[in-house]
Structures are given as structure tokens and as C-alpha cells.
Design a protein. Sequence first.
Length: 115
Amino acid sequence: MIGKNILEEKIISQAEAREILEKVCNEREEPVYEQRITLDFLRKFVKIDKESAVKAINELIESNEKIRIKTAIKLIDLFPMDEDGVRAIFAKERFTLSSEEIKEILNILDKYRPK
């Protein structure tokens, strides 16, 4: 990567990354090894589409002022199934969520959770 400059840095969900990589790989004759491996992983494990991921992220951010964009994206990427999973994602934060807030987060995630 010598001679390459970072033009923009943005946190994105795995669903958005999959869509970007699919577009890049379709434009190239032969994708780079790292792109191929990453795209293979994303195709296997990401079961939500970009539009649903963006809607879910926005809904999570609007539902609670404690949820930042980075945390909302992590919630969508991991889709925790229970309260302990949500607590694990928020473990590094300087606040704790109440049981009601966690249940609200799980209800939002359940609406977008892949079947």
C-alpha cells in the first residue's frame, strides 16, 4: 500500500461492506486475495441487506441517546440474542443500561433479525 492515501474514514456495517466489496469485485477481473477472503466471509455470515441495516442503525440511535453510531453498528453486526449479549457490547461504556433499555434494543433487533 505504499503511495496510497486515506481519503475518507467511515465506520460501516458488515452489510454495507459486503455491498461495496461485491461492487468492487464485479468491476475487477480478478479481485485481490484479501478482498476475496473478506467477501467470502461476509457472504457466509452477513444475512441482512444494506437497507435494512441502515434502517435498524437509525432506529437504534433514535431510540436511546446513549447509543452511538459505532455501538449501533456493532449491535447490527452481531445481533445479540439476549440481555447478556447486549451488556457485553456496552461493557466498555461509562454507563449501564437498564433492563427496560436493553429489552427495547432487543425488540428493535428482533424486527430486523434475519430469519
